[in-house]
Design a protein around this ligand. Structure first.
Ligand code: GH3
Ligand code: MG
Ligand code: MG
Ligand code: MG
Length: 287
């Protein structure tokens, strides 16, 4: 597992890291709790935080609390506090501040390993549940809720200066594919289009045969080029049908971030463009 350890003493850090590294854990040590928090924020692969209660500039309890907020953002993070002065009050305070567990300082090796096994069971389960909750089972893309959550994070990063573009895609006359070839072939068509779109970036399935692609650091022209490429690739798809290969086309709407924009507004503009692509004859890109 990826583990962050925070303690004011380099000796303690060395002792704890010395217990963990031989067991194959990847360990990152900090004497400064604010630096540790920045590192945790930037590195979502960290699964366990082991922090002493007596650290600075953030106290151990403050660090626990901040780590808990990170963990609430769709991210498994197991927090273990460490103190040489274990008593009921510090234990209760640590747990109330968001810690999952508590160990003595310096920790006993057997106990530490057992507690980390518990941490691994829990974070593995959380990972699994988060993935299930975010994934559309048919296409393997992000589901609608997860797509909007991620797009909002990209938008926060884009701020007013960065660039972010949105592509909406919808399979043309999909009802006909279902009617003529059956629902299973329709499902196969959804999967084939999803795979094409996923090759271009973080994609979501917003509904039946409608997809969205958020392109970070991408302006309008580059996004239009991506949509045109997808439009051509969709034409070339051959879906395995019961009576030979089934062909399809898709329509695309493209929009780009402007100052003060919201993700909802960005998607709305792409949706209006998509509607124009449909009424304009389908199998095309409009922005
Ligand atoms: P347009 O070109 O205007 O987009 O026409 P369309 O027929 O593609 O559009 P419409 O949105 O009217 O039809 C979408 C159809 O998609 C209706 C619904 O039965 C079907 N559908 C929705 N979800 C699924 C799914 O998971 N699998 C399959 N096979 N069909 C689905
Ligand atoms: Mg429709
Ligand atoms: Mg359609
Ligand atoms: Mg549709």
């Amino acid at each position: 597992m990826n583990i962050v350890i925070v303690d004011s003493s380099r000796v303690v850090l060395k002792i704890v890291a010395g217990l963990l590294e031989p067991r194959g854990h990847s360990v990152h040590c900090f004497t400064d709790s604010a630096e540790a928090l920045t590192f945790l924020t930037e590195r979502p692969e960290i699964r366990v935080l082991i922090t002493s209660l007596q650290v600075r500039p953030l106290s151990g309890l403050e660090l626990c609390w901040s780590a808990r907020l990170l963990a609430d953002e769709r991210r498994p993070l197991y927090v273990i506090t460490m103190s040489s002065a274990r008593n009921e009050r510090t234990l209760a305070e640590a747990l109330d501040s968001g810690a999952d567990d508590f160990i003595d300082k310096p920790p006993c090796a057997e106990e530490l390993h057992a507690r980390l096994r518990a941490a691994e069971r829990l974070t593995t389960l959380q990972d699994h549940l988060i993935r299930l909750a975010e994934t559309d089972p048919l296409s393997g893309l992000l589901n609608r809720r997860a797509f909007f959550a991620e797009a909002n994070q990209s938008a926060d990063r884009a701020g007013n200066h960065g660039r972010l573009s949105m592509i909406l895609a919808d399979i043309d006359h999909f009802k006909r594919i279902n009617d003529e070839h059956g629902h299973d072939i329709g499902d196969r068509a959804i999967q084939a289009v999803a795979k094409l779109i996923a090759e271009e970036g973080r994609a979501g399935r917003l509904g039946g045969e409608e997809f969205a692609l958020a392109l970070a650091d991408t302006g309008l022209e580059a996004a239009e080029a991506v949509a045109r490429r997808l439009c051509l690739k969709a034409r070339d798809l051959r879906i395995r049908g019961n009576r030979g290969p089934v062909r399809l086309t898709c329509s695309f709407g493209v929009s780009t971030w402007t100052e003060g924009d919201s993700v909802e507004a960005l998607v709305k503009r792409a949706d209006i463009a998509l509607y124009e692509a449909k009424t304009g004859g389908r199998d095309r890109v409009v922005s």
